[in-house]
Write a protein that binds this ligand. Structure first.
Ligand code: NAP
Length: 368
């Protein structure tokens, strides 16, 4: 392993594991005299948008945070070690069951958050088999690994699956709830339906504490540049700075329920703190079109006549589109006490401001 890897990759000492096991069995909680064990979380998808926010959130709650990293020379290791130095990286891949078993044996986590996926819908049309393997079968492999490492009775590992509103696809009702039937419209959506169903099945069959969060779109300055929201805010920043002339987009009419990723990782954690495992829709309940997003982003940058900068290209249209996603998060409000904090306009402004800063810095320009 390279020098960038943390302590976890070099192995946890048997003594540390022994302390963990003895405190786990401690019946008297904080009054029994045993040291209270620091909780451990293992996050797959640590290099992604949500993995980074979740790692910061759990670190602030005094967890030991472990991040699963795939590949022998993953280019995003440097980003994680620079931005999240407290995360210990563990080498494994959602396509490789034995590597997942080894990672769980090494970390002995209390909570596992499965955020790893091929998550870009457009790519899933081009690499459908890979998407099914990572985004779908990867969930099954991780659940199997949890069963193998955590044992068959009283398994102590709590599991979170990152399900998606894309499972609703050609929506059967509006707004969508935990009871709305699925009708996925992409290989990504199909793979997520499998991941969701197998999570529920393992909970029912093996009494695992396994939850599925059906999260609607959530964005942030950490969103990958391939996603339409970040593509827009980055282009707006560059146009404002005179570094780019046009923004080429696909369909402007699809409507999404957009929230802030930092709010949504809080809901993930809350799900694993309940007495009983369950599934929850996490959404703002507000819907906006891509056109609304583009309009808000240009307006925030002081460019009101945005139509002259934007062109459309059919190459960016999806083969099968999801028209109207809007979630009803009443169950999460009532049972988890969760509410989103950042509204649509603030989210767009946050992303544009961030892109203005980084693009100006790269170009050596002062932010206007
Ligand atoms: P993201 O930024 O695209 O991150 C995806 C992560 O998956 C990356 O860290 C990637 O690692 C990892 N990954 C890919 N292939 C893997 C493999 N074979 N083994 C292990 N890890 C692998 O996604 P995100 O926006 O943070 O979303 C997190 C999760 O929530 C995903 O499952 C996504 O599908 C789901 N979700 C997201 C949204 C949303 O709006 N953001 C909504 C609903 C559900 P590398 O960097 O090494 O490739």
């Amino acid at each position: 392993m390279g020098a960038a890897y943390g302590q976890a990759d070099r192995g946890i000492s048997p003594e540390r594991v022994r302390v963990w096991r003895s405190t786990r069995r401690c019946p008297g909680g904080s009054r029994c005299g045993y040291p209270q064990r620091v909780r451990r979380a293992l996050i797959t998808g640590i290099t992604g948008q949500d993995g980074q926010y979740l790692a910061e959130f759990l670190h602030a709650k005094n967890y030991e945070v472990f991040g699963l990293i795939k590949g022998q020379n993953n280019p995003r290791i440097d980003l994680i070690t620079a931005e999240l130095p407290f995360v210990e990286l563990v080498s494994a891949d959602l396509q490789d069951l034995s590597s997942l078993v080894a990672a769980l044996e090494q970390v002995q986590p209390d909570e596992v958050y499965n955020l790893g996926a091929i998550s870009f819908v457009a790519l899933s049309f081009k690499q459908a088999e890979l998407t099914a393997n990572v985004t779908g079968l990867g969930v099954l492999r991780l659940l199997e690994a949890i069963r193998m490492v955590g044992g068959s009775s009283g398994n102590p590992i709590r599991f979170y699956q990152a399900s998606s509103s894309e499972m609703f696809g050609k929506v059967r009702e509006t707004p969508q709830t935990e009871q709305t039937p699925f009708y996925p419209r992409s290989p990504y959506g199909c793979a997520k339906v499998f991941g969701h169903d197998i999570t529920v099945n393992y909970r029912d069959s093996y009494d695992l504490f396994a939850c599925s969060g059906i999260l609607f779109n959530h964005e942030s300055p950490r969103r990958g540049i391939e996603f339409v929201t970040r593509k827009v805010t980055n282009a707006v920043a560059r146009i404002k700075l005179g570094l780019q002339e046009t923004l080429v987009l696909g369909d402007l009419e699809p409507r999404r329920d957009w929230g802030f990723a930092g709010d949504y990782v809080h809901a993930m954690w809350l799900m694993l703190q309940q007495d009983k495992p369950a599934d929850y829709v996490v959404a703002t309940g507000q819907t906006h079109s891509v056109r609304d997003f583009v309009d808000a982003a240009f307006r925030h940058a002081g460019l009101d006549d945005w139509e002259r900068f934007v062109t459309q290209d059919p190459r960016f249209f999806r083969p099968a589109e999801v028209d109207l996603l809007v979630g009803d998060a009443s169950k999460a409000h009532t049972e988890l006490g969760w509410k989103p904090q950042v509204d649509f306009e603030s989210l767009v402004s946050m992303m544009v401001d961030h892109d203005l800063r980084i693009e100006a810095k790269k170009a050596g320009i002062e932010v206007p």
